[in-house]
Design a protein around this ligand. Structure first.
Ligand SMILES: [Zn+2]
Length: 238
């Protein structure tokens, strides 16, 4: 087999990120707020570790009566609170398109950031825009030659994410207040209701993983490495 070729069915050894390497991490979400609700604690933790995090929103979240300008300002503030940077993929809220042109366009935008790691929605989700960006992200991962590590996250389980069986956990106990602030920055999106729901999910995942609060992820097999493999214990919360 030629070197570098991928043998179907083979389990490739997981390489670690080189020590001291500052990773570029993209957290893709259907709408402004999705990355923050699903991964806000993990984002804060990764930024704290010195990694660069970009929140890539499929659309600007504009939906009558809330104008896009309001959503953009909220996302800007949420990203500031997490130490991340917002980027938009140029689609329209509630009308995501997944076709050859948009696969190409999304991959181009993603590759422009040269990510080491991408987080995206889980494939089974009741919101079409969430399913769309999951498909677009997965396709970009395949097309890149599986060059970056790929993870899936959950939002509003039961209402949005369905049948999510995580294999990675991140302790967010210490960082919960920063995550909450970033979610509440999306003031037009009834944060009292959605944050309460997501916090139930985080507490339940904490029960499963032995923390007070945890975010849960699915690591995509055949990713080149696993940035969440090393201790999920937050050394500063002990
Ligand atoms: Zn959404």
């Amino acid at each position: 087999m030629a070197s570098g070729a991928i043998a179907l069915g083979a389990i490739s050894p997981i390489a670690a990120l080189p020590k001291g390497h500052k990773a570029k991490i993209i957290v893709a979400g259907g709408h402004p707020g999705d990355p923050e609700y699903g991964c806000g604690g993990a984002i804060a933790s990764l930024v704290e570790q010195g990694h660069e995090v970009v929140l890539l929103y499929l659309n600007d979240g504009g939906w009558p009566p809330t104008p896009a300008a309001t959503r953009l300002a909220e996302a800007k503030r949420a990203c500031e609170l997490l130490g991340a940077r917002p980027v938009y993929a140029g689609q329209t809220n509630g009308a995501a398109i997944v076709d050859n042109l948009h696969y190409e366009d999304f991959a181009r935008r993603l590759n422009a950031e040269a990510p080491d790691v991408v987080f995206t929605h889980w494939i089974i989700d009741n919101h079409r825009d969430h399913r769309a960006i999951a498909m677009l992200s997965y396709d970009a991962w395949q097309k890149s030659g599986r060059k970056f590590a790929l993870y899936y996250y959950e939002v509003s389980d039961g209402e949005d994410t369905m049948q999510f069986s995580p294999n990675r956990y991140v302790d967010i106990t210490r960082l919960e207040s920063r995550k909450r602030a970033a979610c509440y920055a999306h003031a037009s999106q009834t944060p009292d209701r959605y944050y309460a729901l997501q916090d139930q999910v985080v507490r339940f995942r904490g029960l499963a993983s032995g923390y007070t609060r945890a975010e849960a992820f699915i690591w995509q097999e055949q990713s080149p490495f696993d940035i969440l493999s090393s201790p999920t214990v937050d050394p500063k919360s002990a």
